[in-house]
Design a protein around this ligand. Structure first.
Ligand code: NI
Ligand code: MN
Length: 229
């Protein structure tokens, strides 16, 4: 079975390999666009990009129920431990660091954003994830501004880049075109838009600009849609 990914709205994704289910930024029960609830998912691994509530989401409930391994920045990991997620489940990371896991390699990449926890406590620094799986290299930028070092992240080749296009809290559609030029992925999928009115965007207009200004193929998904890699 090849690797597939499913958009669960906002910045929530599942990555399904032949042997594992990985859940990124599980914002489900409080998300206006998620097609399923936290109780419906049974991941082996959870990746958390930063401390904001629309990314930490249902991590605590899902981690406690499934015993999934959680990879997050160090301080998000400490906060999860204070919510009674077992320390043995938590892998604390920091930008530039990578770690081998049973499904592949995970690198925590830089992001320009903020990262307070839902209760206001310190949430370390935000990040993105570069995943090297058996058959694919995927970059999830997560919440970030455009930054020139995306050139380095893309230098090893990317099968898919997932970029925010909502503007206001992250890069918007115009900056995402520059990000795609720096990353040079084969395919690119947008996220972190149309969850709420302040981050409404015309994804079809964005896809047209991707086609005319970059070499990447835009992939437009609805929440719940799955694509093979
Ligand atoms: Ni955020
Ligand atoms: Mn966010």
């Amino acid at each position: 079975m090849s690797t597939s990914i499913t958009w669960l709205g906002h910045n929530c994704w599942t990555i399904e390999t032949a042997s594992h289910l990985i859940l990124l930024d599980p914002f489900l029960d409080d998300s206006p666009t998620a097609p399923l609830k936290a109780a419906d998912v049974k991941p082996n691994f959870i990746l958390v990009s930063h401390g904001h509530a629309d990314h930490v989401g249902d991590t605590v409930a899902i981690a406690r129920r499934t015993q999934a391994t959680v990879l997050a920045n160090f301080e998000v990991g400490q906060w999860l431990a204070r919510q009674d997620v077992a320390s043995s489940q938590i892998v604390g990371m920091n930008p530039g660091g990578g770690v081998q896991q049973p499904f592949g390699h995970v690198k925590f990449t830089i992001a320009h954003h903020s990262s307070s926890m839902p209760d206001g406590s310190y949430g370390g620094v935000p990040g993105g994830f570069l995943l090297t799986l058996a058959g694919a290299r995927i970059y999830f930028a997560c919440d970030t501004a455009l930054f020139f070092d995306m050139k380095l992240i893309g230098s090893g080749g990317l099968d898919l880049a997932v970029l925010p296009i909502g503007d206001l809290f992250t890069m918007g559609p115009e900056d995402s075109i520059d990000a795609i030029k720096l990353l040079n992925p084969k395919r690119v999928a947008p996220c972190h838009y149309n969850t709420w009115p302040p981050i409404a965007q015309d994804a079809h207009a964005w896809a047209g600009k991707v086609r005319s200004h970059t070499a990447a193929e835009p992939i437009l998904l609805q929440p719940g849609d799955k694509i093979a890699l």
